[in-house]
Design a protein around this ligand. Structure first.
Ligand code: HSE
Length: 330
């Protein structure tokens, strides 16, 4: 039986989902869609390729009189797929959409970091009360299934430490500056064009995006209750081309590294000089996470941390996992 979704957000992630749905039959029917300026509801299903075409030609996904909240409130769906841009200060309007969907007894899958970083414990409680799932694999490290792996596959372990490159945009910028001698601005422009950067790229370069991912990791799979204020954050926006060149001369390079050491309550994000062949030195938009555990030892996970189809991969995995868990719909 197909699962019905309503999609909120048709930016890089939303388009990736629509592209995947238009190319593969995954048993997912789109019954509602909204962007920041329009919406559409069709119980019989919206054809993803038609929607992509309409968006490209008109810049809209549907009727300008239909707001995202109308779609969330009224479309017939099993899972709300919320992939609008992150607001790290309020988490809105996405948090409101998620709450509406949960109160309707619908599952939620999101790539939006704001609601999860700011309100995870309350939203999880609301989902539990409603007997539905709230999943957000795409919020951390793009295509890498790190939340699932830490929360389920490594569930019997104590996490001693976690180190990672968690922002594809910064990693892309640092790679291009070191390898091609691009200026910071040129490299950032490229990252934006490639769809890696946030709608507001200062979130990336000032370290906010990667720090939010540390908050999500800590609060969701490491059983902590922290906020952005608990993280010591330094971004790459003030890093000079000279600093990168000096590191390269010492057979090293600079990467923006996130670090969690739970037993010391240590949460830090900062640019570090790393030997060139260290596993934390990944290239371009890749992310990497090294996890130190008591039972499984050290594990390294690497993959694309940003990008349209790569992030869509994580969203689709969450949708299909909910469908399989609640086979028959809710
Ligand atoms: N802007 C983010 C990044 C997108 O560059 O990593 C994925 O969260």
């Amino acid at each position: 039986m197909p699962v019905r979704i309503a999609l909120i957000g048709t930016g890089a992630v939303g388009k990736g989902i629509l592209k995947a749905l238009s190319e593969k039959d995954l048993g997912i029917v789109l019954t509602g869609v909204a962007d920041s300026r329009s919406g559409d509801i069709r119980g019989e299903g919206i054809v993803p390729s038609d929607l992509l075409k309409r968006k490209k030609e008109t810049g809209l996904c549907g009727d300008p009189s239909l707001h995202a909240q109308d779609v969330v409130q009224n479309a017939p769906y099993d899972i709300l797929v919320e992939v609008s841009p992150t607001d790290a200060t309020t988490g809105e309007p996405a948090t409101g959409y998620i709450r509406t969907a949960l109160s309707r007894g619908c599952h939620v899958v999101t790539s939006n970091k704001g609601p999860v970083a700011l309100h995870y414990h309350e939203l999880k409680q609301e989902a539990d009360n409603a007997g539905v799932s709230l999943r957000f694999e795409a919020t951390v490290a793009g295509a890498i299934p790190i939340l699932h792996t830490l929360g389920e596959s490594l569930g019997g372990n104590t996490i001693k430490a976690l180190y990672g490159v968690l922002n594809g945009t910064c990693n892309y910028i640092l790679t291009r500056m070191a390898e091609e001698g691009l200026s910071y601005k040129q490299a950032l422009d490229e990252a934006r064009t490639l769809g890696y950067a946030e709608a507001d790229p200062t979130y990336d370069v000032k370290g906010i995006d990667a720090a939010i991912k540390l908050v999500i990791l800590a609060n969701t799979v490491l059983n902590r209750r922290i906020s952005l204020d608990d993280i010591d954050i330094t971004g790459i926006d003030l890093l000079t081309e000279e600093a990168i060149r000096l590191a390269e001369e010492q057979d090293a390079t600079i990467r923006l590294i996130g670090e969690i050491i739970p037993e010391k309550n240590l949460y830090r994000l900062s640019p570090r000089i790393i030997p060139r062949y260290h596993p934390l030195v990944v290239q371009g938009s890749l992310n990497v996470i090294i996890v130190r555990t008591d039972l499984a030892g050290d594990l390294v996970f690497s993959g694309k941390g940003a990008g349209s189809l790569e992030t869509a991969s994580a969203v689709l995995g969450d949708i299909l996992s909910i469908r399989d868990r609640y086979a028959g719909g809710n």
